[in-house]
Ligand binder design. Structure first.
Ligand code: SR1
Ligand code: MG
Length: 415
């Protein structure tokens, strides 16, 4: 039966595993075990031995953030494991290496990334990471293209889709917490201070916004385009100056290509708006500029790599070459590509918008805003993000460029 690990039991319970023994060396009783999980759902241990270190991640049968009043199936660990193996294939060197998976104990033993830190923490500290735009743009293009009917054999993709279709409860979390709860007085909602009350009431009475949020939810729930990461925020990325790795794909399922892209860019915009709350005496103008340029570059890298894969690896059942290139009509394929990129662009902006709302009005907040001590300043930063979020979600069909959006973000940020 399943048994949650703790720092005392881990060595004795897992000491016999080859995967740990070879990497850590020595006697399990000598291993140093620390629980370091600060996420919303799971236990995470760093286990250090004389010869090396590993991470042991274990799912709990409930939502850690809330407690055992909210049960959550252990099988999310199964989906995380399978998503990691696919991402490793589709975007090599982008995720931690897996050493062992135990389905019954819902645990994954994987590479301890060191000296990496969580991207969100780095951005709060004002660090400009030179590789994130390129690495994450490539990660998204490669995983999202290669997991779709543009690249995969239809029968294989359908089988894989059936496998991930079981990730019902984690999709349910996103469907409620992201797309619905922020727009009414849901019991789990929380927002910062009464400073936001007026704006929150406005957003909840905003018919156009609620309609757009539901249109996006509709696409999220029914547009099984590709295997998405499903929770690609800056807390799901580990970085050094020279390396970027994506972690935590337990929300993976077959959903819209635009979802991961929108969630990631949204978290950069939130980081942008939070910078005034972290700057102290040192103005963070360069950091803010850096974040806006990361948004532009991430999208460019994503779009260019997606286009490259379209031209070189489009071997799936969609937009088949026999209709275009093989008939001497490569421009037809380019036209179809432009249409698809346009659709991803439009929906990506929508997902970005509502992700901003849920991180400020819903249950699960971002440290970017949470760690701003001055409540009035924090509310001002959050209000700017809420306004940009509304603009993106409602006007996404009319928005032409990231420069235009970033100019509005900069204007809002000046107050
Ligand atoms: C109850 S889980 C809340 C959030 O934490 C996860 O990281 C996901 O973002 C989820 O929406
Ligand atoms: Mg997570």
């Amino acid at each position: 039966p399943f048994e949650a690990l703790n720092v005392e039991t881990l060595g004795a319970r897992l000491g016999g595993l080859d995967a740990l023994h070879t990497r850590l060396g020595g006697e399990p009783s000598q291993w140093k075990v620390r629980e370091v999980g600060d996420g919303n759902l799971n236990l995470v241990f760093i286990v250090e031995g004389g010869a090396g270190s590993v991470i042991v991640k274990q799912a709990l049968p409930y939502v850690r953030l809330v407690g055992d009043s909210w049960p959550l199936p252990l099988k999310r660990s199964f989906f995380e494991y399978h998503a990691l193996t696919r991402q490793a294939r589709r975007a090599p060197d982008s995720v931690p290496e897996i050493f062992h998976f135990d389905e019954a104990q819902a645990l994954i033993v994987m590479e301890f990334l060191s000296p990496h830190i969580i991207l969100r923490k780095a951005l709060i500290a004002g660090r400009q990471l030179p590789r994130i735009a390129r690495d994450l743009g490539l990660f998204m293009a490669r995983t999202l293209f290669r997991g779709s009917d543009l690249a995969m054999k239809a029968s294989e993709r359908k089988a894989d889709m059936a496998l991930f279709a079981g990730n019902v409860e984690l999709c349910d979390i996103t469907e409620n917490l992201v797309f619905t709860d922020p727009y009414f007085a849901a019991p789990l909602n929380q927002h910062n201070t009464p400073h936001l009350d007026g704006l929150v009431a406005e957003l909840r009475a905003d018919r156009d916004l609620k309609v757009e949020a539901q249109r996006l939810k509709h696409r999220f729930a029914s547009s099984a385009e590709t295997l998405v990461h499903g929770d690609l925020h800056t807390g799901s990325v580990m970085v050094t100056e020279g390396e970027t790795r994506v972690i935590d794909p337990e929300f993976a399922f077959y959903g819209p290509i635009a979802f991961d892209v929108g969630m990631l860019l949204s978290n950069y915009w939130m980081s942008f708006f939070s910078q005034r709350g972290h700057q102290g005496e040192e103005p963070r103008d360069n950091m803010r500029q850096f974040l806006l340029s990361v948004i532009v570059e991430t999208w460019q890298v994503f779009r260019d790599e997606f286009a490259h894969l379209w031209r070189t690896e489009r071997n799936g059942m969609l937009y088949h070459r026999s209709l275009f290139e093989d008939q001497g009509d490569p421009l037809g394929a380019e036209q179809a590509l432009n249409c698809l990129i346009h659709d991803i662009w439009t929906d990506m902006l929508g997902y970005a918008g509502i992700e901003m709302h849920r991180r400020i009005l819903g249950l699960a907040h971002n440290a970017d805003f949470e760690e701003i001590g001055d409540q009035e300043l924090r509310a001002a930063c959050e209000a700017r993000a809420l306004k940009l979020g509304r603009h993106l979600a409602v006007n996404r069909h009319r928005l032409q460029s990231l420069d235009e959006i970033n100019a509005l973000a900069a204007m809002l940020d000046k107050g």
